[in-house]
Design a protein around this ligand. Structure first.
Ligand code: FES
Length: 102
């Protein structure tokens, strides 16, 4: 595994999602609970819109364009019009940073 620091944990309030980029990858860092953070693609599988910064609904993120919903713990799609899920990545907290393995 190759862990890449992506955002300081302190910059992500509990219950929110924050976008971040690693190289050309557009990612969304989702802090479900104090020590429960997940990283998914910040690209909706419906029409490639960014999901963007937002308050989470539990472990669910909502696309602002047409309302598709995804489980941030797995990337699974929960509501149409998204046809499939989004990628999710191994994530950990280390030294006060969120790290992702792409
Ligand atoms: S672009 Fe996300 S639901 Fe349409």
């Amino acid at each position: 595994m190759a862990w890449t620091p992506i955002l300081p944990l302190a910059e992500i309030p509990v219950g929110t999602a924050r976008p971040a980029a690693v190289g050309l990858d557009r990612l969304l860092v989702c802090r479900v609970a104090a020590s429960d953070v997940h990283v998914v693609d910040d690209v909706c599988s419906h029409d490639e819109s960014p999901l963007g910064a937002q308050d989470l609904d539990g472990n669910v993120v909502t696309c602002p364009r047409h309302g598709a919903r995804f489980d941030v713990t797995t990337g699974a799609v929960l509501r149409s019009p998204a046809p499939v899920g989004i990628a999710s990545y191994p994530t950990r907290i280390a030294g006060g940073w969120v790290e992702v393995d792409l």
